[in-house]
Write a protein that binds this ligand. Structure first.
Ligand SMILES: [Zn+2]
Ligand SMILES: [Zn+2]
Length: 528
């Protein structure tokens, strides 16, 4: 090991051993300062607020998807992004909040465009959940309209939407559904409930022809179902997971009515409207309310959440509220391939095991887990670890988040883990971590800052370092792994200035976490 490399490794060790707080004076730009140079174009600005308290969210990182750099919100929650002209997706992330974005934000030369963000806490308390539902969910009126029969075989992949300004925009059906789901369920709701909502909103939309006079299928208000250009990662994930899946009855896509909550049972369609729909029968519901909110026909949204909480899957939820339906997933049909027989591939459950050494382990969890609270994630090693840490490079201060097992005072801020990022776990005895979850089936995007980032490797396939990091080639300089099973020299380095074959770190391995040192911010795309 050369003197230079020894010095670098020693520095990383020092940072590590110095523990929480030592990173406070990191060289990252101060709050409110843009990391990108000004460009010829416009400015996108706005405020990030907590949707419940309406107070500003400081230190949130705002960036353009597909653009360079970004900016942190200041103490008043404001950010300012000089932006090339065009239509942008503006994304924001902040510790303790769900990642979110706005699509279709237009930047004009010499003009300022405002894009505000109402941010949702990542792990709301039951009381906050209730308040989020009250504030965010706008049950559609879904006024009765004649059946618009859509055979499954002709399910469209785009939809015509009547915008508030009177324009009709034809958009991709999945993009449309992504803009509906967070308006119809809190994005912090259980994933299976969000997936059920996505299928219901998708099925409802394509069977709607409520605005035929204007040449549109749906409008963006409660008249049909609310749509906004606001996205959350979690709700996007629910839509992607059910992409092209519709609820059908005898081969036709159903009018998937839904509403806020019932009073213990849903209604027959003919008791509310005129027509008896065979799949809209009155069923018992466990939502726990004693009064009705909404029309009462079809899926009870609070009931869907209650079912998901006790472990029901999205198809079980849909089959409960829509009597006698089938769920059919189909590929888009513009290019029919005679050989292709599109069938939805069920998401396989994977059990991941990883040996832990006594002391610190730098790990990652390469499966999709819905409950990422430390107590749940590490339940298989309960009693054999005492501390978990994650490093949030995007936080302007207090970047280390800590969870102390068994400690009543949860002051360390690590209430849930972000599995895109690396995890330091201190074991008190050798043990084997076991985590079951869904296989990762789509690439993971990991935002990285200029400087050091503690990342996971969300893949079950080992790859050579340069292959694994191909999407950020030229933007990183060093990668460090920490091999707890080699206590004499645990740090293993990959330095891009050294020929790959001479680097001690050859591969990125599922289960290990890594420090990546970047020379510019970028999104790392990790293939499954
Ligand atoms: Zn409408
Ligand atoms: Zn109900």
């Amino acid at each position: 090991m050369g003197a230079h490399r020894r010095a670098v490794v020693a520095a990383v060790l020092l940072w590590l051993l110095a523990g929480p707080g030592a990173w406070a004076a990191s060289p990252i730009a101060a709050a409110g300062v843009a990391l990108a140079p000004p460009v010829e174009g416009g400015v996108i600005f706005g405020q990030a607020r907590d949707i419940l308290t309406e107070s500003p969210v400081a230190g949130a990182f705002v960036h353009l998807e597909g653009g360079q750099g970004g900016a942190y919100t200041d103490a008043g929650g404001y950010y300012r992004l000089p932006t090339p002209p065009g239509e942008w997706t503006v994304a924001v992330r902040a510790p303790g909040y769900l990642d979110m974005s706005q699509t279709r934000v237009r930047a004009l030369v010499g003009r300022s465009t405002r894009a505000d963000f109402d941010m949702v806490v990542a792990n709301p308390t039951p009381a906050q959940e209730e308040e989020l539902f009250r504030r965010m969910v706008t049950p559609p009126e879904q006024a009765w309209s004649p059946d618009f029969d859509v055979a499954m075989a002709s399910a469209p992949t785009s939809i015509r939407v009547l915008m508030p300004d009177g324009q009709v925009v034809e958009m991709d059906l999945e993009e449309y559904v992504k803009g509906v789901v967070p308006q119809e369920l809190p994005p912090s709701a259980p994933m299976e409930a969000l997936k059920a909502q996505a299928v219901a909103a998708r099925s409802y939309a394509v069977t709607s022809w409520n605005h035929a006079a204007q040449g549109a299928n749906v409008c963006t208000t409660t008249h049909c179902q609310v749509w906004k250009n606001v996205h959350f990662s979690r709700t996007d994930q629910a839509v992607e997971a059910t992409r092209g899946v519709f609820a059908t009855y005898r081969g036709s896509i159903i009018r998937a009515f839904y509403f806020g909550h019932c009073d213990g049972h849903t209604r027959n369609s003919e008791d509310v409207w005129v027509q008896a729909l065979p799949y809209c029968r009155s069923v018992a519901c466990e939502c726990g309310y004693t009064w009705l909110w909404g029309h009462g026909v079809g899926m009870c949204q609070e009931g869907a959440i209650a079912m998901a909480r006790r472990g029901a899957t999205f198809d079980e939820i849909l089959r409960h509220y829509y009597t006698g339906i089938s769920l059919i997933g189909m590929q888009p049909t513009p290019t029919p391939e005679p050989t292709a027989t599109p069938t939805p591939t069920p998401e396989p459950v994977v059990t991941f095991t990883w040996p832990l050494q006594t002391g610190w382990n730098l790990i990652s969890i390469p499966v999709v887990v819905s409950d990422t609270t430390p107590g749940s994630l590490f339940s298989s090693i309960a009693g054999n670890y005492d501390m978990v840490m994650q490093y949030d490079a995007f936080a302007p201060y207090a970047r280390w988040k800590v969870y102390q097992a068994g400690s009543a005072s949860q002051t360390g801020g690590l209430d849930y883990l972000d599995l895109r990022y690396g995890i330091w776990l201190r074991a008190t005895a050798p043990c084997t971590l076991t985590v079951s979850g869904l296989a990762i089936t789509t690439p993971t995007e990991i935002p990285l800052i200029n400087g050091l980032n503690l990342v996971a490797y969300p893949s079950l396939r080992a790859r050579n370092v340069s292959d694994a990091l191909a999407s950020i080639a030229g933007k990183y300089v060093r990668v460090y792994a920490y091999r707890a099973d080699r206590p004499d020299s645990p740090w293993v380095l990959y330095d891009f200035t050294v020929p790959p074959e001479l680097n001690p770190l050859q591969q990125m391995t599922p289960g290990l976490g890594y420090w990546i040192e970047m020379v510019q911010p970028a999104n790392w795309r990790v293939d499954p």
